[in-house]
Design a protein. Sequence first.
Length: 397
Amino acid sequence: MPRRLLLLLAAALAACADAPAPEPDVEPPALADGEVAVPADSGAVAPRLTTGPDGQPVLSWVEPAGDGWALRMARWTGSGWAEPLTTDRGDDWFVNWADTPGVVVQSDGSVLSHTLLRHPGGSTYAYDVGVRTDGERRLLHTDGVAAEHGFVSGVALADGRAGLVWLDGRNQGAGHGHHSGAMTLRYATVGGDSAQTDEVELDARTCDCCPTAMVTTPSGPVVAYRDRSDDEVRDVAVVRQVEGAWTEPAIPHADGWRIEGCPVNGPALAAAGDHVALAWFAGGDSTRVWLSVSGDAGATWGDRVRVDGGAPLGRVGVALLADGSAAVSWLENVGDDAELRVRRVGADGSLRPAVTVATVDAGRSSGVPHVAALGDRALVAWTDSATATVRTAVVSP
């Protein structure tokens, strides 16, 4: 993105720091048109949006298959979704509303899939991460402990491998939750044979079950996650890989949210070059959805800007549009339901009116929506529990 746009955005964000987001001057829009049919069967859940090597969105989801489940994916054609492919299937999967499988599309077009496999003989929350490319499925981690391993985020690396980050409960043993040992954040690379290398611990104490986020930049991968201090403050932290080494965790903006339990509400990242956008939810005395941007691959961050409508549930997503603006998605409480909304923060610092994409269940059945860029528009994916399937729509926030 041109340097002038970065400077304009940074200045505008500083001016808007911590300010409440303005609400539209007009009546909230009706449900956004532009819905795009997803080639998924009934019962599909857990949509994820990522980007292929051609810069086009890729959608993955989980759907019933016989006595088990299948991980399916479809590529964006420019006007809709291509015929879906099955990247993995199994009858021993752990299927959850927040901890979801996904795919990483490599530079050569090959696909790495990651799924959640119940640990043999383990408890409900004892499950492993399985990874598969063209051959045998292997485990992402090497500890062998019957514990929680999940909340995976992955990116394609320039050397042809995939970089994967996950929450690893090996230090919790068979326990689960904040009364057990500490959850950790770990990273490894996976090659075409599904074998992992370079496993490293990035943080020794994190929130137990908040989704992670990861992007790659010319300066190296950037990871965001919810941290956990000794006195139970659970602010969002960032770690970066610089010249092959991982930095110490840093908190771009301290919310001071103290909660004795996991809120299951993780951050989101998007990147275009070294321009990185971070969106996150914060609770406490009042709930907020925040956006902050970095022009140096996450080394420093601009002031945070509030984007919600006053009563957010969180479950955020973020995408960087062609003009350098950010499209932030989140769930907003509206009566007994929730609205999936998208708001655009322009490169000039303007906050456009929020667009309502859909009305969804305010509970867990609506899952965690995702958003991706389509030029200057946004592509949104979510689980619709009313129709028992995955839906997508193109909007112009």
